[in-house]
Write a protein that binds this ligand. Sequence first.
Ligand code: CA
Length: 198
Amino acid sequence: MLFILFLLAITLVVPISVSTVTAKKSDYNTIQSGLIIDSAGNPLTLGYDEFGYNYQAHIFNGLYDDYDRKHGGNYPGVHLIMKWNDAWLSNKDHDFDGLLDRHYGFDSYIGSGAWLTNHIWGTNPDGTHWDYSVKIVAVPSDAYEVGGIWYEHDGTEIGPAIWGSFAIIQEVINDPSTGEHSVSYLSPAPAGFGYWKP
Ligand SMILES: [Ca+2]
């Protein structure tokens, strides 16, 4: 069931155009303020929402099909836990555009120290359980890419490129239906997230 390799979930707060009239009482808005919205224009709330997002806690725990903030999809019964840090998707809105900030304090994700994990699992037709997990980091500003692989400035491999500015640093697959039980990728560079802080 490794179709999932091509379907890594991303945290989703789709930008929409909105005119937020906000008195700047502080340097940022919080989820508690009720002034930060989702793609449908609904205010984000504290705790888990109906899809499985807890933006305040930087976690999604729900069905894979719901990560796009729409119920249902092509992978019923597949579960997903995503975790991310504040650089990936903040729980605050510093620029008062009504959206949670991405790569706050940086022009882009590159060099921001952003990271995301996905843990995805489900049941095979034969009743066995498969699971897949992956760690993804934004590459440092002095990284370079050759042939779809990101490298540190000193030539140390970071990992396969994904979504442009990111690299996969660790990937683990367990699937009894195919006999796969392996760390399918482990970066030669440190796989701990602290290493990637700017
Ligand atoms: Ca914002």
